[in-house]
Design a protein around this ligand. Structure first.
Ligand code: G3H
Ligand code: ZN
Length: 324
């Protein structure tokens, strides 16, 4: 089922209270959307799908009309999710910078999303607070949740690029949450966007705990968001959740899964489209039963489905849907 903002709030409140993590999965294509929504449903978990500005432009084709792309992705998710009454998925706008303010408002007013991220983390703290507050005021009128960020996450995520890592300062996090009233707070604690290995990063999960404790102490407890979570070890996931993380963002891992599963297929089935050297041109017949796109894309879809179910078991969200 496609979740309302209120329901998504319940999902995160439950996750925070019972200390499990909700996986937020970046998507562009129908193949990914099907694999992941079926995965959430099979795991008995709620979840979030995320679309970036770049994903929406891509989805629109040559026009790159971001609004068309968002409508397309949102309707695929809403229609597909309606088949599954026992697991809820929402749709989130990922890393929308202030340039995309009008786009955020468009998605909110047209009920395309359940939550949005305003990423003004490259601005000064004051400016970040001002812009985020503006988004929160509009979003909350429409029952839409808002995620905001301070600090800077290293790596590349779509149009968001940073060569440096700026760890979030707990006192700034408190000021930001109090002044903006965001629903979800993204902290920069050493994870990287893109290909990375958990063992090789300087992960400061102690900062998550410090921020969480400070917010609780000041009566503004929030779900904390971990970006760039693709390369993390199992233990890092567990510790992050224990320290206050409720939303765990994954993109790169699924991209690898999709590519790997399809590469394995074509390694096996190469001769369905490539003539073997020992067969003559006259005798070679390509195998339609193997090159029909449904035959190979399904391997990517199934792999993502399986990976997501593993993630849900790892983060403890399996069998915890608010709809069960
Ligand atoms: O916002 C999206 C995420 O932070 C994804 O990061 O590609 O490293 O998994 P990732
Ligand atoms: Zn991110």
């Amino acid at each position: 089922m496609f979740l309302s903002g209120q329901q998504l709030k319940q999902v995160f409140d439950k996750a925070k209270k019972e200390r499990f993590g909700i996986i937020a999965s970046n998507v562009v294509f129908d193949t990914q959307i099907r694999g992941l929504i079926q995965g959430y449903n099979s795991a008995g978990s709620d979840g979030l799908m995320q679309m970036s500005a770049g994903a929406c432009k891509y989805a629109a084709g040559e026009s790159e009309d971001i609004e068309v792309g968002a409508r397309l992705i949102s309707s695929m998710i809403q229609v597909f999710a309606s088949q599954f009454p026992n697991s809820g998925v929402g749709l989130h706008i990922d890393h929308a910078t202030p340039n995309y303010f009008d786009f955020i408002v468009y998605c909110i007013e047209n009920k395309l999303v359940t939550s949005v991220m305003i990423d003004a983390s490259h601005e000064s703290l004051e400016e970040n607070i001002r812009i985020t507050k503006e988004v929160v005021d509009i979003a909350h009128k429409h029952d839409i949740l808002v995620e905001g960020e301070i600090g800077r996450i290293k790596g590349t995520e779509d149009e968001i690029v940073s060569d440096v890592e700026l760890y979030t300062k707990p006192e700034e996090a408190l000021e930001y949450v109090m002044k903006t009233n965001v629903d979800l707070f993204a902290a920069s604690v050493g994870t990287n966007h893109g290909v990375s290995k958990g063992e090789n990063i300087v992960l400061r999960l102690d900062l998550v705990k410090e921020i969480d404790d400070l917010l609780i102490k000041n009566g503004v407890e929030r779900g904390i968001v971990l970006h760039g979570a693709s390369g993390l070890t199992d233990e890092q996931h567990h510790q992050a959740i224990k320290n206050g993380v409720v939303k765990i963002n994954k993109d790169t891992h699924y991209q690898m899964d999709m590519a790997e599963a399809i590469q394995e297929y074509w390694e096996r089935e190469k001769y369905a489209i490539v003539k073997p050297d020992d067969v003559s041109e006259a005798d070679y017949i390509p195998n339609k039963g193997k090159f029909d796109p449904r035959k190979w894309l399904i391997h990517g879809e199934n792999r993502m489905n399986e990976t997501l179910q593993e993630f849900c078991r790892l983060t403890g969200s399996a069998n915890k849907s608010i709809l069960l």
